[in-house]
Design a protein around this ligand. Structure first.
Ligand SMILES: Cc1cc2nc3c(=O)[nH]c(=O)nc-3n(C[C@H](O)[C@H](O)[C@H](O)COP(=O)(O)OP(=O)(O)OC[C@H]3O[C@@H](n4cnc5c(N)ncnc54)[C@H](O)[C@@H]3O)c2cc1C
Length: 490
């Protein structure tokens, strides 16, 4: 790319940037999205508890705040969106357990508030019903408030699907393109990126953890954000059956996070308290895992250390320290026209559908003229999930293309055919394949399948195996061919 011109430039391919791109693709407007990573959803969107706040949990976000309205407005939009994009969405329900009558009284208030807002699905369940619903939950619980509406999804797959569908509908998407500087002219911006310059009339800054840095490039830094780090631990599928609902308890100490939730794929996820931290420090420590495990064991005592198969950290950006969780940035700059910043610390995945619509509205208020795109196609076809097919379907598929007969990832039962499909949809790295197909997400965490996936990537992309990376940049798995290495040593 040398020099490119566009009407709207979206900076950031997380769940919010891609939701906005997909929403804009409903209109006849020239949109470009740039993402610094080689794929989508690898920022805050990746470190996630996967919960879609759909019921009483949305009540936690006080309605008077901006972000809360976006969560509320997204409630009716998320499930149909996931269906259109063939992304998993499962309503699992939440059980907020309590250990005494005092705890129960607190939840009575929540239930009453929910009912005053027309949410009548909450019900109290007693100890026996709780045991029947969740036999492995701590015996100390005397009951729970049951909210059947809470749902889960796969945030990265949703983000990749939004990007894919936006591209299908005409959005120009450039990965591996980092915005380095922005100068604001009278009626257009000139944006310097790692791949060349882009002229744009409007900018949507959805740079997640770097939303303030990107705003500062354009002198639109009329807000402050604080990075809060959170830890997520993934548990082996073999203990996936321990609970079926999201299990939650009021923290016993401030900042504690007592939550355990199933994923759409049958693992469980645990989290730890969020802490103010240095941006970009994605390290995870034994201490974080221990706290996460201890908290999870207060809910489900049978979970053990050996069940954690992977850990990672992510960042939430909060606008206002006083308001803590209760504010976000979804607003035009007060000083720079046609520049909108969009960042939701938590829960951005749950708020993404309405945020897409809100950003489009803000752009029109800033002067963008929109005309409907009659060719907009809201649907995206899923990549084949071989493991979910019936024996007849498997046989038919293998007869058509024998690559579906080669199992590449034994833990998750992913075939060569699916890996090739993922590459056809834009995967260029091991993680790109992993997030599209789950190859490498099982107990062995890619120990067996990585060499095979590397070979397939190299073959399909027409590059040497040593050039295949885990997630772009310098993250190569194979540094030398063994003969070369010997040569180096000689
Ligand atoms: C531990 C944890 C658990 C969470 N659990 C939940 C949950 O259960 N449910 C829920 O709804 N939410 C949850 N969240 C919150 C949710 O993950 C975020 O609100 C959401 O992902 C924010 O999305 P985003 O698009 O703003 O940011 P990001 O996903 O960070 O996207 C921003 C993108 O911008 C790119 N970028 C940055 N700078 C530049 C640049 N200069 N040029 C080009 N590109 C750039 C980045 O690479 C990144 O891909 C959780 C967050 C954490 C940390």
């Amino acid at each position: 790319m040398s020099e490119l011109e566009t009407q709207v430039l979206i900076i950031g391919g997380g769940v919010l940037g891609t939701a906005i791109a997909r929403e804009l693709s409903r209109y006849k407007v020239d949109v470009t999205l740039v993402e610094k990573e080689v794929d989508f959803g690898w920022g805050s969107t990746k470190a996630n508890m996967c919960i879609v706040c759909q019921g009483g949990d949305a009540l936690e976000f006080r309605k008077e705040y901006h972000r809360s309205r976006l969560v509320w407005e997204s409630i009716p939009l998320t499930e149909p969106l996931c269906r259109q994009l063939a992304v998993p969405f499962k309503r699992i329900g939440e059980l907020t357990i309590f250990k005494d009558n005092e705890g129960m009284a607190k939840y009575q208030k929540l239930k009453t508030r929910a009912e005053s807002l027309g949410i009548t699905t909450h019900q109290f369940i007693d100890r026996d019903t709780l045991r029947q619903m969740e036999p492995n939950v701590t015996k100390e619980a005397i009951g729970a408030l049951y909210d059947p509406m809470i749902a889960i999804t796969d945030p990265v797959r949703l983000t990749m699907a939004l990007a894919e569908n936006a591209r299908q509908n005409g959005v120009n998407i450039l990965t591996g393109t980092e915005v380095l500087d922005i100068s604001s002219g009278v009626d257009e911006f000139e944006v310097q990126t790692s791949q060349g310059s882009i002229k744009s009339k409007f900018i949507v800054n959805a740079a997640g953890m770097f939303v303030d840095k990107v705003a500062a490039m354009a002198n639109a830094d009329d807000f402050v954000v604080f990075p809060i780090k959170g830890y997520v631990g993934i548990l082996d599928k073999k203990v996936g059956g321990l609970v079926e609902h999201e299990i939650h308890a009021r923290p016993e100490a401030p900042g504690e996070s007592n939550i355990i939730t199933p994923t759409v794929y049958g693992n469980l996820i645990i989290g730890t308290p969020m802490k103010l931290a240095r941006r970009n420090d994605y390290s995870t420590t034994r201490q974080m895992a221990e706290i996460g495990l201890r908290n999870a064991q207060k809910l489900v005592p049978d979970i053990s250390e050996g069940d954690i198969i992977n850990s990672f950290a992510g960042f939430l950006m909060f606008r206002n320290w006083e308001l803590g969780w209760h504010e976000c940035v979804v607003s035009p700059s007060r000083s720079v026209p046609r520049f909108i910043s969009v960042s939701i610390g938590y829960p951005g995945v749950s708020a993404a559908p309405a945020t897409g619509k809100k950003a489009v509205k803000l752009l029109t208020q800033e002067g963008l003229k929109l005309e409907e795109n009659p060719n907009f196609n809201p649907y995206r076809k899923a990549i084949t999930d071989f493991s979910k097919l019936s024996d007849e379907e498997k046989g038919a598929l293998i007869a058509e293309d024998n690559r579906y007969g080669h199992v590449v990832c034994r833990c998750e039962m992913v075939t060569e055919g699916e890996v090739v499909e993922a590459i056809g949809r834009g995967a260029t790295t091991l993680d790109g394949v992993k997030f599209r197909t789950r190859a490498g997400m099982g107990r062995c965490q890619g120990g067996f399948c990585s060499p095979r996936v590397i070979s397939i990537l190299a073959r399909q992309l027409g590059i040497p195996e040593e050039e295949v990376t885990k997630k772009g940049g310098e993250s190569r798995h194979l540094l030398y061919q063994s003969k070369q290495l010997l040569g180096v040593r000689e």
